[in-house]
Design a protein around this ligand. Structure first.
Ligand SMILES: [Zn+2]
Length: 64
């Protein structure tokens, strides 16, 4: 799992969600819009590229 920051493109609010899959659709908690944009943080995702959790070891992105 990963804690990922999102920003809603509709109302502009930023929030974070715990997602299990990168394909998961995230809705804005404020306005319910699905037009949310994932905000990548270079520190977390720059090295591994795409940590899928589960078998990950020592990845700072998923915390497992
Ligand atoms: Zn919104």
């Amino acid at each position: 799992m990963a804690l990922i920051d999102y920003k809603c493109e509709k109302c502009g609010s930023s929030f974070f969600e715990i997602v299990k899959s990168s394909d998961e659709e995230i809705k804005c908690p404020k306005c319910g819009s699905e037009s949310t944009k994932r905000i990548y943080k270079g520190k977390f995702y720059g090295k591994g590229g795409g940590c899928s959790g589960g078998s990950c070891q020592g990845c700072s992105g998923c915390g497992s």
